[in-house]
Write a protein that binds this ligand. Structure first.
Ligand SMILES: Nc1nc2c(ncn2[C@@H]2O[C@H](COP(=O)(O)OP(=O)(O)OP(=O)(O)O)[C@@H](O)[C@H]2O)c(=O)[nH]1
Ligand SMILES: [Mg+2]
Length: 245
């Protein structure tokens, strides 16, 4: 099956019943023709069951179920494989918790083919370009995010200002050039790692400003083991880059 002119919006979920029903409506408010793929890791709060029931009434909604919580990075890889297999034009990924507001969806899609400019392969919803902002984060979280971005940009030579956010639109034919089996990240460093692989595949990257809002409903899935794991993986990728591999 091919959806060559269509956009797929992908949302990984783990216990997002407080957010997903409203998010699905708002995504379709912004992009009525888009398909939505939810990748749910057997959420105990029933997010996956809700999604199946809703998908039975709406052919634009799809749900991929995994047996347990396997990490955000692997959920996005599963969504990328699905987008490639089904032949969508663009894949737009966002978090479920409204940190990534659907009001920016159209800017991200429009940025893929800018008027008079070259086409873009990855459009990033960016907190760190002029006009971008973070709302509701305490100072230590702002500093951590800035530090991780600086670290990844220096070590991996990434050009975008915001390399750690998940709110992005990818050209699916460019994703198809990435060897997903080579991706090491299970959790947070996935965002930097996929940019690194795409950069090596010759992808052009752009950024459009967003205001990132802290989660209002539901609970955080972040943990310090994942955060340290992410720093370690970026370091290993940096070593590979130094060795020219
Ligand atoms: N399928 C799946 N989704 C996940 C997993 N971990 C996180 N998510 C989803 O990924 C998105 C981002 O996770 P968040 O918990 O918001 O992570 P965060 O934004 O760093 O942290 P807070 O917003 O502060 O809680 C949300 O939509 C989560 O439901 C996972 O292991 N599997
Ligand atoms: Mg969040």
């Amino acid at each position: 099956m091919s959806h060559r002119d269509q956009t797929l919006v992908t949302v990984a979920t783990y216990n997002e019943m407080d957010n997903l029903p409203r998010l699905v409506d708002e995504i379709h408010g912004a992009l009525p023709d888009a398909h939505i793929l939810v990748v749910d890791d057997n959420s105990p709060d029933g997010t996956g069951r809700w999604c199946d029931a809703r998908a039975a009434d709406d052919p634009r909604l799809h749900c991929l179920h995994r047996e347990g919580k396997l990490g955000l990075g692997t959920a996005i890889v599963a969504a990328m494989r699905w987008a490639v297999e089904h032949g969508y034009r663009c894949m737009l990924n966002m978090d479920a918790d409204f940190s990534h507001h659907p009001r920016y969806l159209r800017d991200l899609v429009a940025g893929m083919d800018p008027d008079g400019g070259p086409a873009v392969d990855v459009m990033i919803g960016s907190r760190y370009v002029p006009g971008g902002r973070v709302e509701g984060w305490p100072l230590h979280r702002r500093l951590m995010s800035r530090a991780v971005n600086l670290y990844a940009r220096c070590l991996l030579g990434l050009k975008p200002k915001d390399c750690s956010g998940a709110y992005r639109c990818y050209r699916v034919e460019t994703l198809a050039r990435v060897d997903f089996d080579a991706i090491r990240s299970r959790g947070y460093s996935f965002q930097e790692e996929i940019l690194w692989h795409l950069g090596r595949a010759g992808a052009r990257m752009g950024e459009t400003p967003i205001t990132f809002a802290d989660r209002q409903h539901g609970s955080s899935k972040i943990n310090s083991a994942e955060a340290f794991g992410a720093i370690w993986i970026i370091f290993l990728l940096g070593l590979r880059k130094l060795r020219g591999r």
